[in-house]
Design a protein around this ligand. Structure first.
Ligand SMILES: [Zn+2]
Length: 287
């Protein structure tokens, strides 16, 4: 008997049909919600589980050495922006990183001065963060049972694209954030020029390369997610585009496309067509 696909309906509960796109992947063509535009993997539940297992290693989902510096800078800027919006010094703010893996964001945040905690379901990665001295709960966010209104900032980097039920997690984040608190999300942008140019060759779509990537957001589907969970959209930024993956084309063509992508990076940012998406949602102030 063939196993049914992981997604039979849009996880944002649009209730609309899923159409098959021309983005062809080994587990089947990506599907698109005809209402919100969310792109969804055609993989089965067992393929998904298997791909998530591959990532429970002590070093966690840390980026490669050369990307660590860039990540620190990017995340550090995001966190400083959040503290500025809240108008308080980092030392007065309590931050929770959801899906903290072995703790790379916790290191950045604690260096800035935030009071940090983390949640991580993968045992080995969580243990690495705990050994570094961080307060990390090994399990799923709802299992941690944080009291209502516990945190000023909750972060969720490179996690939301792994979730079969994003609404459930986002509602839990809403509950544990203080009124006026900020929810920071980092993910890929499925409505980017990178996707237009690369289609199925965009590495972000690969469940092989990125274990568990199954659900791909756009600025529009993020707005819907916020609307359905009671959050206000404070900011959606996108950056960077990629027009060719290294090795997929001749060296000359790759260099030309890389240069062109650098020229297009600024307009992509203006038009929200970059492939790195950073989102700030805000829980409304209590009345
Ligand atoms: Zn939808």
């Amino acid at each position: 008997m063939t196993e049914s696909p992981l997604f039979e309906a849009c996880p944002l509960e649009c209730g609309a049909e899923l159409e098959t796109t021309s983005i062809n992947l080994p587990e089947g063509n990506l599907k698109r919600c005809t209402s919100c535009g969310q792109l969804l993997s055609a993989c089965t539940a067992s393929r998904y589980d298997e791909s998530m297992q591959e990532f429970d290693v002590p070093e966690g989902t840390l980026p490669s050495e050369q990307n660590v510096k860039r990540l620190h800078k990017r995340v550090g800027n995001n966190l400083k922006q959040a503290a500025a919006i809240l108008g308080q010094p980092a030392s007065a703010l309590r931050l929770l990183d959801t899906g903290c893996s072995s703790g790379s964001l916790l290191h950045v945040a604690s260096e800035i001065g935030f009071n940090v905690a983390g949640v991580e379901p993968a045992p080995q990665a969580a243990a690495t963060a705990q050994k570094a001295g961080f307060d990390v709960f090994n399990g799923l966010l709802h299992e941690a049972q944080y009291p209502d209104n516990s945190f000023d900032i909750v972060t969720l980097y490179e996690v939301i694209e792994h979730l079969t039920n994003p609404l459930e997690l986002v509602r839990e984040v809403y509950r544990i954030l203080k009124p006026g608190g900020l929810f920071l999300i980092g993910t890929g942008n499925a409505d980017s020029w990178s996707v237009d140019a690369l289609g199925s060759n965009w590495s972000y779509f690969s469940i092989e390369g990125h274990g568990g990537h199954i659900s791909f957001f756009t600025p529009a589907s993020i707005r819907l997610l916020a609307e359905k969970t009671g959050f206000l959209v404070e900011d959606i930024q996108t950056k960077r585009i990629c027009l060719a993956e290294r090795g997929s084309t001749s060296a000359v063509s790759y260099r030309f496309k890389k240069l062109f992508a650098e020229l297009m990076a600024l307009p992509a940012r203006w038009l929200n067509k970059g492939h790195d998406m950073f989102i700030i949602l805000r829980k409304p102030d209590s009345v």
